[in-house]
Design a protein around this ligand. Structure first.
Ligand SMILES: Nc1ncnc2c1ncn2[C@@H]1O[C@H](COP(=O)(O)OP(=O)(O)OP(=O)(O)O)[C@@H](O)[C@H]1O
Ligand SMILES: [Mg+2]
Length: 211
């Protein structure tokens, strides 16, 4: 049986993650692959409940440590309940955000020290790691414009200041620089079609490597 692998789409809010994931799913299904779409925070029934707590705009008082540990708790459940079994069945797992977001938002943007982040994240991951992170890189102001044009309200994390979102963006770029073998950065300011073309080039390389 073909071995599964996991690709994460990450980047600024409104960069086009959900849009491009739909295109990638279509592409892979047309080629006959078994695909599992998932997301963080969320991905499991417990994880989706945790997501509601994390993103609830009515509780801005949430402490940074609470937030970090909730992300970690959801991730532990996600890996054990959903991701590892799907990979064992040979599926291609695609997640809308994963652990790179924790480094970008909780470390680079919130300023929680790296040691603390690594402790919680290592506990949550328990040795697991996604095969590739595809970062959709976009000026967060452009991302916010896209989110506004989508016509939904802002969640607790989208409602942060521009400076916070810029730091998170730089956090993704810093991680890509540090571990280039696990990151691809795509220019998300391009048209939807061109973003998808660039992404599919990365996906094709992964398919060659894993199948
Ligand atoms: N390349 C693009 N150019 C212009 N608009 C885009 C592009 N990609 C997506 N959009 C539009 O921008 C909005 C946000 O896109 P999408 O929901 O895919 O982003 P996201 O990264 O999933 O956002 P979030 O972080 O809020 O989940 C949508 O209305 C979408 O149609
Ligand atoms: Mg989305």
């Amino acid at each position: 049986m073909k071995k599964g692998f996991m690709v994460v789409f990450d980047g600024s809010n409104g960069a086009g993650k959900t849009t491009v994931i739909k295109g990638v799913e279509k592409y892979l299904i047309a080629k006959g692959y078994d695909v599992l779409l998932t997301r963080e925070p969320g991905g499991t029934p417990i994880g989706e409940k945790i997501r509601e707590v994390i993103l609830d705009p009515s509780t801005p008082e949430m402490s940074f440590m609470t937030e970090l540990m909730l992300f970690g708790a959801g991730r532990a459940q996600h890996i054990e309940e959903k991701i590892v079994p799907a990979l064992a069945q040979g599926k291609i797992v695609i997640s809308d955000r994963f652990d790179a977001a924790t480094f970008s938002f909780q470390h680079y943007a919130r300023g929680i020290d790296l040691d603390t982040i690594m402790k919680i994240n290592d506990l949550a991951l328990a040795g697991f790691s996604p095969d590739m992170n595809i970062i959709l890189d976009l000026d967060p102001n452009e991302g916010l414009k896209r989110v506004h044009s989508r016509g939904e309200g802002l969640d607790r994390l989208e409602d942060e200041k521009a400076d916070f979102l810029a730091k998170a963006r730089n956090g993704y770029l810093a991680q890509a620089k540090q571990t280039p073998e696990r990151f691809e950065v795509i220019d998300a300011a391009q048209s939807k079609e061109n973003v998808l073309t660039d992404v599919i080039r990365v996906i094709d390389t992964l398919l060659e490597k894993h199948h």
